[in-house]
Design a protein around this ligand. Structure first.
Ligand code: ACO
Length: 391
């Protein structure tokens, strides 16, 4: 059910975070707004969850557009040309399409022409799963730079008439760049786990092969999140401390060594219970739930970005990232931030050239799409169905 991994190291290569970025939609929906939509109140939501407001996508904003903004910021901070990326992984439960993967759209839009790309679905644990997979690939020696993104538009699969769930979720994206580096530290170890017997506790029942979309599934709101909140709550308060202890022990560290915990942001009461169980003060447990709600696999990278930008992550800090989610899944990673923190704001000149490059990449992608159509048309004119040249 659970896997323990100490990031193996080939040729002394370790995965270090060298860039980070986040993006949230501009539109904010607060608890008062929600109380006009369903039978709830600001007081109930604050007391039971700690959430005050959340960001919700508007027209034209999608999981991909949020992921792109976060990824571009992370590349800026890392001062990395997208062509140097070897891998793009997007953790999401709200992808742009069933297929192609949102990671492929991102790879194209960034001009990451040498990168492999895939999506990863592990509920709210998705970002930590993706981080662990990318870190393992780096440590194994094959990859130098990986872009790892957690991006979600949960508002698109929320039942806005269900007060049990609609008060919880928000939209957003966070991204990091992992770099292979010989310096000690970086990602030290990970714990990934799953228990599929809890599949019904958090589920979007229809739209997959079990129940393809039809008029009835739409009418029954089966394309939206269904959740047994109490059971998920109990699972979360047990598994977060358990996974945290195991990952720390694997890295040869103790709770006292942790500078900051960056937990999945689902409910402040879950964070408090985890802090109590771990015996860690709440100040060392980062929370931004009040402003974003639960953004699923985006919540940990968003919290990480904020913590760095607020100066809470110093050189040699030990960070514990831990999450749980649909599946059921859980994941924890511990890392030592041993590299100097890059200066987050790049010179304007560089930003200008990067933006110009993204425009060029966009044009090149459109040209490729156009040329594919011309090529297909020419093929039809010049060749028969068996691929023989027409006379
Ligand atoms: N406003 C007012 N009352 C509400 C609301 C609301 N928004 N939601 C539920 N209630 C009511 C319930 O109907 C219930 O009323 P009843 O006693 O008359 O039946 C009462 O409040 C208590 O309900 P509980 O479910 O016991 O409330 P609880 O304190 O457990 O809080 C919550 C509910 C916030 C959902 C909590 O259980 C929780 O946070 N669970 C974990 C959720 C989570 O982390 N999900 C991860 C999803 S991420 C992913 O993978 C997509």
């Amino acid at each position: 059910m659970s896997r323990l991994a100490t990031q193996r190291v080939a040729n002394g290569r370790r995965a270090h975070i060298v860039g980070w970025g986040m993006a949230v939609p501009e539109r904010v929906l607060n608890n008062h707004d929600l109380s006009t939509m369903v039978d709830t109140s600001d007081e109930w939501i604050r007391q039971r969850t700690g959430i005050v407001e959340r960001h919700i996508v508007g027209d034209g904003e999608t999981t991909f557009s949020l992921a792109l903004r976060a990824a571009q910021s992370a590349l800026e901070v890392a001062n990395l040309d997208p062509a140097q990326l070897d891998l793009v992984v997007v953790a999401t439960v709200t992808p742009e399409y069933y297929f192609p993967a949102t990671a492929c759209l991102l790879q194209d839009a960034l001009g990451a022409e040498h990168a492999a790309a895939f999506d990863l679905s592990a509920g709210c644990s998705g970002f930590v799963y993706a981080l662990s997979v990318a870190a393992d690939l780096i440590a194994a020696g094959g990859y130098k730079h990986c872009l790892v993104v957690g991006a979600e538009t949960l508002s698109r699969i929320t039942d806005w008439t269900d007060r049990n769930t609609c008060v919880l979720f928000g939209d957003g994206a966070g991204a990091v760049i992992l770099e292979a580096n010989g310096a000690p530290g970086g990602i030290l170890s990970s714990v990934l786990g799953a228990d599929g017997s809890g599949k019904d506790l958090l589920i979007v029942p229809a739209g997959g092969s079990a129940q393809p979309a039809n008029a009835e599934t739409v009418q029954a709101r089966q394309h939206t999140v269904q959740m047994d909140g109490r059971q998920v709550f109990r699972f979360a308060t047990r598994i977060m401390p358990e996974a945290s202890r195991r990952v720390l022990s694997r890295a040869g560290l103790t709770v006292q060594d942790i500078s900051l915990v960056i937990p999945h942001q689902a409910n402040d009461r879950i964070l408090q219970a985890a802090a109590r169980s771990l015996g860690i003060e709440e100040e060392r447990m980062y929370s931004n739930l009040s402003r974003y709600g639960n953004t699923s696999s985006a919540s940990i990278p968003i919290a990480l970005c904020e913590a760095i930008e607020r100066g809470l992550v110093k050189r040699d800090a030990v960070l514990l990232l831990t999450g749980f989610g649909a599946g059921l899944t859980w994941a924890a990673t511990v890392l030592r931030w041993s590299l100097p923190l890059p200066v987050p704001v790049p010179p304007r000149r560089m930003t200008f050239w990067r933006n110009l490059r993204y425009r060029w990449v966009q044009l090149r992608s459109r040209w490729r799409q156009f040329w594919r159509q011309v090529d297909s048309r020419l093929f039809q004119i010049l060749y028969d169905r068996e691929g023989r040249r027409k006379r």
